[in-house]
Design a protein around this ligand. Sequence first.
Ligand code: FAD
Ligand code: SF4
Length: 510
Amino acid sequence: MSTLRLILGDQLNENHSWFAKKDANIHYICIEAQSEVNYVRHHILKLATFFVAMRSFCKQMKGKGFVFHYITLDDKTYQGSLVSVLEAYLSQHSYEKFEYQLPDEYRVDVELKQLAKRLQKKGIAVKIFDSEHFYTTREEVGDFFGNKQPRMEFFYRSMRKKHGILLEDDGSPLGGEWNFDAKNRSKYDGKAPIPKRKERKTNIEDILSLFKNTKTMGRPAKTIPWPTTRKEALEDLDFFLENVLIHFGVYQDAMVSGEPILFHSLLSFALNVKLISPKEVVNAAIQTYYKKNGKITLHSLEGFVRQILGWREYVRGIYWAKMPEYQKLNAMGHKESMPDWYWTGDTKMNCLSQCINQSLDLSYAHHIQRLMIIGNFSLLLGIDPKEVDAWYLGVYVDAIEWVEITNTRGMSQFADGGILASKPYVSSANYIQGMSDYCKSCFYDAKSKEKENSCPFNVLYWDFFHRHSKFLAKNPRIGMAYNNWNRLAPKEKEMILKKATEYKRNKNSL
Ligand code: FAD
Ligand code: SF4
């Protein structure tokens, strides 16, 4: 019996039980498929990073003695979608079994299920395996909440208990609190040195030439900073734990001009393509905390663990509970088109210029830049969540739909009406000024909503609440905003709304 096993581009897990023993009758296939390159307009560096990682994985597993077939994007024999290439390959070779791991994307899941049916009709047996990566199963978050309103905090606490993570002996949370978020909101004061990362020189010039005829976004570079092998991912994890975790919590929400990474881990790509597992990252962080004997604060450690054990698993569970309906939700009814400068970074708004330009250069922005700068502005302007999703899915190296759409459409655009988050994440310039140095060198005035050059956030913020008062005024978490809006004199309200309309009309030249 010979078997063909599919390895998707985000299933580069050498510790999967598939690789526990070698069998010459089991072959593996990895495909650079046109459909995966083109399903959205991707950042050129995102595509290159995926292909480098896939090629390295294949080469390494071949070296270990596994039989790997690798189909490159320019292979003339196999062109088309992932599934059509697979089908052609299977029909040209005499495999009796086809096996795959549960994909993380709904779209691919549907396509593979349909393929499985067709293959079974032709007498090819199909078997599906777990990807053995996450803490939870696909259904776990949905089952945990049932018909109740999902909330990350409750799920996170249950995960801490279930997996015995950061608990006292009596099962209560270590340090007496489940969540130290309030201590993780400092502006960067320049005191902690920003760690110098070892420059990675993975050359991608050959790979870039593959995308000559592909409509991409972003700016090409000769090298990429991302770990594309397990060895590199483990090196980056070590670097983070040794040098960066100590400041992660405090400056988690901080933003600094010209410092795209600050105190973040850069591990999302390696995690999402399964070069490393969430369990080993969480366990290594906890071990480092104890090893450093008091140097790393509990709030830094807990903040980091919460992102991986909490948010990452939670958004995945919401995705599987709510797809495919989730991808159409637009609770705010937003229809605006995206300003042109999302594709060029050419805007006078310094915060957006910093965050969009670094996204176009690196295919990376950290969480608060994605949420409270680009996402915040997109929501205030009222951009159609379909366009926002496509931009986020294309631009970031770690963007795979299960984690992108939940964060973008749900957390950032409130288009799910509050399934994922309990209130929209919006702010005026006040928050941005409080968490960054962006406003200091901006064309716009962060303090004003009256002047000619008033910060667009300041007027769009009130315009947003005014437009959505029917939907949002009853939300107990935002009552305060409406109290403040209602205290303003009618003339002032009128002036703010007029300015917001002017900014919306001229969105391309902001
Ligand atoms: P760190 O700040 O060092 O955090 C450590 C790890 O925690 C990350 O690597 C990631 O695996 C996990 N994590 C942190 N926050 C989240 C979260 N909200 N959801 C899931 N995992 C989280 N993350 C993606 O992996 N892919 C995406 O496509 C993606 N799109 C996003 C879109 C928006 C609008 C927002 C607000 C967030 C998005 N995130 C996404 C979550 C988060 O911004 C990134 O995981 C993080 O910036 C990656 O950088 P890092 O590895 O340096 O993270
Ligand atoms: Fe952004 Fe407004 Fe600050 Fe300029 S003034 S950086 S537009 S928040």
